[in-house]
Design a protein around this ligand. Structure first.
Ligand code: GDP
Ligand code: IMO
Ligand code: MG
Length: 430
């Protein structure tokens, strides 16, 4: 067997959580392979709403095992809040969630460093979620990180103190008033005390080597789905650098983040919204600044699931989408949030860019400093509610034309159309 991969093709928040949860009954195992609590994946069913940050979105199915792979970074404090939320809903997290011993830990001082680095960037700030993502992956790459498997070692606290000392020295170089920085609304020492307490949570988890576990599972015929976090345009190599996150969000990242070879990747589900959003700073060629952008944000309830920040909104960007499809080898597309466009008379789609007077469908080396003019095609809107529609053929013709337009441009079929946040508002095409 091979693992299917489901990932975002834009700047994150495409609706990955909703679709993973929907597809979960067809799989034995759901995994996460990169990122950390910068992610916010929303799942809605039976009138209930959950937001997951670290835990895979398969956790709501009683028969499915969930795995946090080695490529993920974990904050004991945040995962503990997720576990509490799930336990209150009657979900037995510890029997269904296994964690790689090789996943790195986000320390309280990583969060402190994230805050001082962002402040020091001034106008050039990334707009990070401030969950310590950049500093934790930096320590991983510079061979200074602490891993989940280290927690049970006799010298863990010694190593923790050494890392903390190093981080505090670094932070003090940037900011003389680090004692004023608050984490989760707490002072550093209050937060650190809780963080250390929450390390206990890890003792209750089954810790695994995700490479052996998943390869054996696939060999024995288990069905595995891998859930991406963030989106392709935030990939550390292929996103709009430096306005990116610190991991490979693309399909190749699934191999390194779990311990699977490229030949073990099956279908690649690419998820995108019928428009674009971005939260944080950085280039966004099709961004809408006026009342249309505000209307789109209101219609789509576009506010961050992790930080609550308003998301920037704009039209669908086909050059960026084609780039993402190419990088990920997408086999099946999933079009999300079409209902958000119900009240638009017409819908614009960027089909090309004009850069220095030349038309192109390719993204430039540096999207940040290059002046990109998107060239739009305008299509008619469908101007009707989609609620109650459960079959593709019953969708309005104008919406089906819009879907065909995208398919013809990107040469990949759209297999699923999402018409609302609930699990059941999902239309599959055979
Ligand atoms: P993720 O990070 O990719 O899992 O996405 P988020 O959860 O951050 O953001 C997606 C938001 O859109 C959530 O509030 C979802 O409940 C919501 N959502 C998902 N699919 C749809 C849809 O088809 N229509 C509408 N209106 N909302 C949706
Ligand atoms: P999900 O999985 C949207 C953005 C941040 C910031 C940049 C770097 O819910 O789609 P970081 O905290 O990684 O240092 O932030 O990346 N970002 C996201 N935007 N959805 C996400 O995750 C994101 N995770 C990070 O806003 O611009
Ligand atoms: Mg999100």
């Amino acid at each position: 067997m091979k693992t299917d991969v489901l990932l975002g093709l834009q700047w994150g928040d495409e609706g990955k959580g909703k679709v993973v949860d929907y597809l979960t009954p067809g799989y034995d195992i759901i995994t996460r392979f990169q990122g950390g609590p910068n992610a916010g994946h929303t799942i809605e069913f039976d009138g209930k709403k959950f937001v997951l940050h670290t835990i895979p979105s398969g956790i709501f199915n009683k028969n499915t095992i969930n795995i946090i792979g080695n490529g993920v970074i974990i904050d004991p404090y945040i995962i503990d809040t997720e576990i509490n939320q799930l336990q209150q809903a009657g979900i037995d997290v510890f029997s269904k969630l296994f964690i790689s011993e090789k996943a790195h830990l986000i320390l309280p001082t990583h969060r402190l460093l994230d805050a001082v680095y962002e402040t020091a960037k001034g106008k050039q700030k990334i707009g990070s979620t401030l969950k310590g993502i950049g500093p934790t992956y930096t320590d991983k790459a510079s061979r200074n990180g602490l891993r989940v498997g280290d927690i049970s070692r006799f010298d863990f606290m010694e190593k923790y103190e050494a890392a903390k000392k190093r981080h505090l020295m670094l932070a003090a170089n940037y900011n003389k008033n680090i004692e004023n920085i608050r984490i989760e609304g707490l002072s550093f020492s209050e937060y650190e005390t809780l963080w250390i307490e929450k390390l206990e949570t890890f003792r209750k988890f089954t810790k695994i080597d995700s490479a052996y576990f998943l390869n054996k599972a696939l060999d024995s015929g288990k069905k595995v789905l891998t859930e991406g976090a963030q989106g392709t345009m935030l990939d550390i190599d292929f996103g709009s650098y430096p306005f990116i996150t610190s991991s490979n969000t693309t399909a190749a990242g699934a191999c390194c983040g779990l311990g699977l070879s490229p030949s073990k990747i099956g279908k690649v589900y690419g998820i995108f919204k019928a428009y674009c959003t971005r939260v944080g700073s950085g280039p966004f060629p099709t961004e809408l600044f006026g009342s249309e952008g505000v209307f789109l944000r209101e219609q789509g309830h576009e506010f961050g699931a992790t930080t609550g920040r308003p998301r920037r909104c704009g039209w669908l960007d086909l050059p960026a989408l084609k780039y993402a499809i190419m990088l990920n080898g997408v086999t099946d597309l999933m079009l999300m949030k079409v209902d958000v466009l119900n009240n638009f008379d017409s819908i614009k789609v960027a089909v090309k860019y004009r850069i220095n007077g030349v038309e192109t469908e390719e993204l430039p080396f540096d999207m940040t400093t290059t002046d990109i003019e998107p060239l739009f095609v305008e299509l008619p809107g469908w101007k009707q509610s989609l609620s109650g529609i459960h079959h593709y053929n019953d969708l309005p013709k104008t919406l089906k034309d819009y879907i065909s337009f995208i398919e013809n441009k990107v040469n990949v079929n759209i297999r699923m159309v999402s018409t609302g946040p609930d699990r059941l508002e999902s239309i599959f095409r055979s």
